[in-house]
Ligand binder design. Structure first.
Ligand SMILES: [Ca+2]
Length: 333
């Protein structure tokens, strides 16, 4: 593709939603504002897509559509937050929720909690869907992955793809995978843990949910026999109705307007994984280690225990591994 590009100029309308965001204490309301924006799209995955948007009005949930895959994005305003977990905080969580202390050994990599400052960024509101990836794979002549055991459905998250494949998709859409710090900041939805702001254990709060909040390892999952383990550590007493993957907008978004930041399928992040990265992360816009052998996954899935579905939980997986509980979303450059 080098040296060959086409400039596509698209002028269109972008839905710009204004609504209350409790972080700013503004009145609840919703207003559709239309404005023109200009996209300069360099066709070809080796060339960066450039997208620019002019916003009008005082918005606190600003959205746009990527013309390349029709994905809806939302702007997450920059800011500072407390990333990761402290040992004492984890002990308290385990005690409060009555969890097996043996699982605490997997939390060392989250420690310590530390300040991180990020610039604002545009991120996909949903996981990339099967439908979007099908269109992409066809246009690139890529072999489509084998189906998950629960079959392909167009509005489900794309799964069974490696980190490289997910990264290639995002690159071709003018972006990249989210950095781990961006992912955690986005998942926290403004509850930063700083300046008197609370932080929560899960995306929806601090205890097991009683109303639908996401596609978790619930009673439906247990009853399906997916793991053939009647004692599987699940969200006891919670029923979301999905034993495996669900449509990407099946549950309410968080306060940044993002869907599935807890559960459904795990999300590939851009960063290399290092177990002790939180001890050495820079404060400003951390990008992860310079090298590594595994990549970061975040967010929990329909089949992960509550301890893994916590916001702070980090996983590191070899980038070539594909399975039916791993998907992705993109961030625009
Ligand atoms: Ca479920």
């Amino acid at each position: 593709m080098r040296g060959r590009f086409v400039i596509l100029v698209a002028m269109g309308t972008v839905k710009n939603r204004i609504r209350k965001n409790s972080r700013f204490g503004q009145p609840q309301g919703k207003l559709m504002v239309f404005f023109l924006f200009l996209f300069l799209v360099f066709i070809g995955c080796n060339d960066p897509q450039r997208a620019s948007a002019q916003k009008t009005g005082n918005t606190d949930l600003l959205t746009l559509f990527n013309p390349l895959d029709s994905a809806e994005l939302v702007f997450v305003p920059g800011g500072e937050f407390l990333m990761g977990s402290d040992a004492a905080e984890l002990q308290e969580i385990w005690k409060k929720l009555g969890w097996n202390p043996e699982e605490l050994q997997f939390t060392k990599t989250e420690q310590p909690a530390h300040r991180v400052r990020l610039d604002g960024f545009w991120i996909y509101r949903t996981l990339v869907t099967v439908s979007q990836y099908q269109t992409f794979a066809k246009s690139k002549g890529l072999q489509f992955p084998k189906p998950p055991t629960y079959g392909w459905k167009e509005d489900h998250p794309m799964v069974n793809i490696s980190w490289e494949e997910a990264n290639y998709y995002c690159t071709c859409m003018g972006g990249r995978l989210p950095r781990e710090a961006e992912w955690e900041y986005a998942a926290r939805g403004g509850k930063t843990g700083l300046d008197g702001q609370a932080r929560t254990i899960f995306v929806w709060g601090d205890s097991f949910p009683s109303t639908p909040v996401g596609n978790l390892a619930d009673e439906t999952f247990l009853a399906s026999g997916y793991y053939n383990n009647p004692n599987f550590h699940r969200f006891e007493g919670y029923t979301d109705g999905f034993a495996t993957a669900s449509p990407v907008r099946a549950f309410p978004p968080n306060s940044f307007g993002l869907y599935d930041m807890a559960g459904n399928v795990l999300e590939w992040c851009n960063d290399w994984y290092s177990e002790n990265y939180n001890t050495q992360s820079p404060v400003e816009n951390p990008k992860g280690p310079a090298q590594g052998t595994r990549r970061v996954l975040r967010g929990g899935a329909f089949d992960t225990t509550p301890t893994i579905t916590r916001i702070s939980r980090r996983l590191g997986i070899y980038p070539g591994i594909r399975n039916e509980e791993k998907g992705f979303r993109c961030v625009l450059n």
